[in-house]
Design a protein around this ligand. Structure first.
Ligand code: GLN
Length: 279
């Protein structure tokens, strides 16, 4: 069988399973199976595909047919300007979260040697992107999941910020180390009840990274409370939030002594990020 035929077979399997981007996904998985880029596939579509590669391709297609996200199958995802390693132990980096990187870089434009804490660092995509841009910033990342810390560690080495990033396994309630100029977090903020209704792909992602309890705010509350203790005076707290949580989160922030600086929208025009500062 040649590459072209295998590709089309893969595409039709995905179409039968109602995968929306069947053509593109089949191409991406082919490129993974034969370890070649898209250009090679176009120029060599008449070449025969090796049996071992075809078998691997079929496995990948079967997994995608079950809605396993592309990022987990190819073990990487682009975010900001970089490629991050991911697996099922971390949330897949979302373009929406790039807003947090952008806002943080604006806030710290003329600042040097800042200490930044990321609560629930996951793959590390947010903090590592910032450390890449600001060469004299020092980062600390905490996460409850050891397996996710393994991934952020891999990414910190891959993007060469490992000498400026400390990682701790800790839940937010027990963490007491240091004082920070800026704290950022993309905590789990989806209502427990809504989790079941999300797209099928999301069911492959770690629940602990998504489940915000009955009102979606239980982790956000903990992050704000703890940040009020770990942040320096006039330090910034940059938080990702769900699309209709703005007013409730504003109230929680104000009750813990934060002043609301601004609310920033994501690419889909949802209010996605609240910036506040410690009075
Ligand atoms: N933005 C993610 C989603 O909608 C949720 C991330 C989170 O809970 N922090 O799938």
């Amino acid at each position: 069988m040649n590459i072209h035929t295998a590709l089309k077979n893969g595409q039709s399997v995905l179409q039968n399973y109602n995968i929306k981007s069947a053509e593109l996904d089949s191409e991406i998985l082919m490129s993974k199976a034969i370890s070649k880029d898209k250009k090679y596939i176009i120029l060599n579509s008449n070449k025969p595909i090796k049996k071992s590669e075809l078998d691997y391709f079929k496995i990948l297609i079967q997994e995608r047919a079950k809605n396993n996200p592309i990022a987990y199958l190819i073990k990487k995802k682009d975010f900001w300007k970089y490629e991050f390693t991911v697996n099922r132990n971390v949330l897949i980096p979302r373009p929406d979260s790039e807003v947090l990187v952008e806002v943080t870089l604006k806030l710290t434009k003329n600042r040097n040697n800042l200490r930044i804490l990321d609560i629930g660092i996951g793959s590390g995509c947010i903090l590592i992107s910032i450390l890449r841009e600001k060469k004299n910033f020092i980062g600390t990342g905490i996460d409850i999941s050891n397996k996710s810390l393994q991934i952020s560690r891999i990414n910190s080495h891959k993007l060469r910020v490992n000498n400026r990033l400390k990682l701790y396994k800790s839940n937010i309630d027990n963490f007491r180390t240091g004082k920070y100029d800026l704290i950022l977090s993309n905590p789990p903020y989806i209502k427990k009840y809504d989790l079941k209704c999300l797209e099928k792909d999301i069911s492959f992602e770690p629940k602990e990274a998504l489940d915000g309890g009955y009102d979606g705010l239980s982790e956000i509350r903990k992050v704000i409370k703890k940040s009020s203790e770990l942040i320096k005076r006039k330090g910034y707290l940059v938080l990702e939030i769900g699309s209709n949580q703005k007013n409730k989160v504003k109230k929680i922030l104000q009750s813990k002594g934060f002043y609301i600086e601004r609310v920033v929208k994501d690419l889909s025009n949802h209010e996605r990020c609240i910036v506040s500062s410690k009075i």
